[in-house]
Design a protein around this ligand. Structure first.
Ligand SMILES: [Zn+2]
Ligand SMILES: [Zn+2]
Length: 117
């Protein structure tokens, strides 16, 4: 933590403009968005298994009903879905203001509605 933030952060939207920390509120919202995206990926895959191999990690023998289909046509395993949505390198404050740009295109409206306007 930035020493300047020792006595409190300087919030600008969902992020501290001095140290970059996300607010508790933003973290809660991010968890909801991640879950919604993961569910949507799973619904999109349905019973598809593609070639049976995870496009991301190369894991074999994917099971029907346990695959995740992302925009762009990538079919991956649950571990990779979690890894991608949990990645530290997602700039969440930016992502939250334009979910379609980060995670789409074609996100369902109910997910787009979770954006911070
Ligand atoms: Zn701070
Ligand atoms: Zn995988």
């Amino acid at each position: 933590m930035n020493l300047k933030c020792l006595f409190g952060h300087k919030w600008n939207g969902c992020k501290c403009e001095r140290c970059g920390k996300l607010s508790a509120d933003a973290i809660k919202r991010i968890e909801k968005v991640k879950l919604a995206l993961k569910n949507w990926y799973k619904e999109s895959a349905g019973q598809r298994v593609g070639s049976g191999i995870c496009d991301d990690c190369g894991k074999k023998n994917l099971f029907a009903g346990h695959c995740y289909l992302r925009p762009g046509g990538y079919l991956c395993c649950e571990m990779c879905a979690d890894r991608i949505l949990g990645s530290e390198y997602i700039e969440w404050d930016e992502a939250l203001s334009n979910l379609n740009r980060f995670f789409g295109p074609g996100l369902p409206q109910k997910i787009v509605d979770m954006e911070i306007k």
